[in-house]
Design a protein around this ligand. Structure first.
Ligand SMILES: CC(C)(COP(=O)(O)OP(=O)(O)OC[C@H]1O[C@@H](n2cnc3c(N)ncnc32)[C@H](O)[C@@H]1OP(=O)(O)O)[C@@H](O)C(=O)NCCC(=O)NCCS
Length: 177
């Protein structure tokens, strides 16, 4: 199936909200309460939040498409790092965060994620970053393997709030060319 990636535009906010609503839980441990997932989506992944993200010059949002149909998205965030656990292991003056990276379940293993990663890292390089970092749930074995394959090495741990529930993440970092 022809795979492509493109920069998201303001009119993609609804599409991104739909992708995010369908994929956020895939990255959470199966024990995560549905109420916490729903709360996170309302607070962070609504159409209005994506409108804000798309208007924010510090953020770059990409959409992956298979045969022209959206199947995933990524978001880079440049600028200061709020989390002290991340600041301890990442040079915030030379780094960009891979804040979101999600593919619909039926696209896993299709190659779409690899194409989206290549395009996302190319954007990170264009933005001038020397390092790219991310947080990923410690129980997310598939994402860990995927990120390892794409050069993201373990660098530390942090916590991540989903609704009322603190999750344990790994911090991963990779150098950019
Ligand atoms: C993480 C994600 C983007 C990876 O994309 P993908 O298409 O599934 O990735 P790939 O198939 O290229 O690679 C996954 C690897 O994990 C392996 N894998 C699958 N299930 C696994 C598991 N439970 N534990 C460990 N490895 C696993 C696969 O065999 C493959 O490794 P291989 O290429 O060496 O065989 C995608 O699965 C996804 O969107 N997941 C849900 C959202 C998510 O977790 N996002 C990350 C948020 S930080």
């Amino acid at each position: 199936m022809p795979m492509s990636t493109r920069r998201a535009q303001p009119e993609d906010a609804e599409t991104l909200h739909e992708l995010a609503s369908r994929t956020f839980a895939l990255a959470c441990p199966s024990s995560t309460a549905q109420a916490d997932i729903d709360e996170f989506i309302v607070a962070n992944l609504s159409r209005e939040r994506f409108h804000e993200y798309l208007a924010d010059p510090a953020r770059t949002v990409l959409i992956a498409e298979a045969d022209g149909v959206p199947v995933g998205y990524s978001m880079l965030v440049a600028g200061p790092i709020a989390d002290p656990d991340v600041r301890a292991v990442v040079d915030e003056t030379a780094s960009v965060e891979l804040s979101k990276f999600y593919l619909l379940a039926d696209s896993h293993g299709s190659g779409a994620a690899g194409a989206l990663m290549a395009a996302t890292l190319a954007e990170a390089v264009t933005g001038g970053a020397k390092w790219c970092w991310l947080g990923v749930n410690q129980q997310n074995g598939r994402a860990a393997r995927f990120y390892q394959k794409h050069g993201f090495a373990l660098a530390g741990t942090k916590r991540f709030l989903v609704g009322n529930d603190w999750h344990d993440d790994h911090i991963r970092v990779r150098a950019l060319p």
